[in-house]
Design a protein around this ligand. Structure first.
Ligand SMILES: *[C@@H]1O[C@H](CO)[C@@H](O)[C@H](O)[C@H]1NC(C)=O
Ligand SMILES: *[C@@H]1O[C@H](CO)[C@@H](O)[C@H](O)[C@H]1NC(C)=O
Ligand SMILES: *[C@@H]1O[C@H](CO)[C@@H](O)[C@H](O)[C@H]1NC(C)=O
Length: 316
């Protein structure tokens, strides 16, 4: 009896571990492999941007140098107090205009915004098949700025809680006739999201990341291929990612339901066997002072024990 119960414990544990690890796997696999190089670039540029801090004044924009193998990328950095960012914003930081209400998490006293303009490296680090960039990709990323020699920093979370951050691009290439320009925003995982322009050269965002203006040239690929038009890979990876998340979520849910059913069944099964056992012992007239309930001892069935005694009296 106890042996069976213990065995079920092991079974439940194994099931639980399997479900959890399946969910974890779904999570980690959903990362787009082509983003690795852009994440490495973010990390390298954070290091080079912080080198421009030399007794920095809060709120002053510093242009930074990039390594010679990345010529063509422009880099800048600004250090701010999170309190003044939230209450006052930043009127003008390169293409960005931050209104009040921009919050960073977790809380830090001082933070730095690294600005990147990827120039002719834009489609190298942010390839977007089926689309043409009308501006370079520019980036805005927030880091903790208490230690200005720190490298490999994680980005802070940035949310514009009141009105959005404005991105006003300079030198937007003319939109090819018949096409509509769109804003594109890449989150930190490199996933593109498309939005309408605010005006011909302005995009808005509530988050940090990388931004540009693009036109969708998917339908224009010359010569027109006879087969089905290939979907832009950005969209495709987004879809497959969504699918993976949906599948692992549904899988996890079904697993939990099954686990629940298993638990209920085990409960019922053990209760039934216990009751049967008690009934059997009561019939036999066996003394039932203590019975094992799970792993702990507890007195049970004090009431049923008296019946056989009464019966015996009547018989006598
Ligand atoms: C460029 O050079 C830096 C240091 O000089 C190095 O860390 C980095 O990996 C190089 N990046 C590329 C893309 O070659
Ligand atoms: C961008 O331009 C610079 C020179 O201005 C060049 O050294 C670099 O290789 C170019 N990058 C790419 C990806 O073509
Ligand atoms: C780009 O255009 C193609 C074909 O016209 C369309 O299927 C696709 O959904 C468009 N992508 C976006 C992000 O609008």
């Amino acid at each position: 009896m106890e042996y069976i119960w213990r065995n079920h414990h092991v079974l439940i544990l194994v099931t639980l571990i399997t479900i959890i690890s399946a969910c974890q796997q779904g999570k980690s696999q959903s990362r787009n492999p082509s983003t690795t190089s852009s994440r490495e670039l973010d990390s390298l540029l954070q290091d080079y941007a912080y080198r421009a801090f030399n007794h920095p004044h809060t709120g002053t924009i510093y242009d930074a140098n990039v390594p010679s193998n990345l010529t063509g990328i422009k880099l800048a950095v600004i250090r701010l107090r999170s309190g003044s960012l939230r209450t006052r914003g930043v009127a003008s930081y390169k293409e960005f205009q931050m209104p009040m209400g921009v919050i960073v998490q977790p809380y830090v006293t001082r933070l730095a915004f690294v600005y990147q303009n990827l120039g002719n490296w834009s489609s190298f680090y942010y390839p977007l098949p089926g689309f043409t960039y009308l501006t370079p990709v520019i980036g805005l990323l927030a880091y903790k700025a208490s230690d200005l020699t720190a490298t490999n920093l994680d980005e802070l979370d940035v949310v514009a809680s009141e009105s959005p951050i404005t991105v006003k691009f300079t030198d937007v290439r003319p939109v090819p006739s018949g096409l509509t320009a769109q804003c594109v925003w890449f989150d930190l995982d490199g996933l593109p999201e498309f939005r309408d322009l605010v005006s011909s050269d302005i995009c808005s965002t509530y988050r940090q990341g990388h931004f540009s203006i693009v036109v969708n040239v998917t339908g224009l690929a010359p010569p027109p291929s006879p087969g089905p038009v290939p979907t832009p890979s950005g969209k495709k990876t987004h879809k497959s990612r969504v699918w993976k998340i949906v599948v692992s979520a549904v899988g996890g849910f079904i697993g939990l339901v099954l686990l629940g059913l298993l638990l209920v069944w085990i409960r019922r099964y053990t209760m039934n066997t216990k009751v049967t056992e008690m009934e059997r012992r009561a019939e036999v007239g066996e003394s039932l002072q203590m019975a094992r309930v799970g792993a702990s001892q507890a007195p049970v069935a004090a009431g049923t024990r008296t019946q056989p005694v009464l019966e015996n009296e009547y018989v006598a």
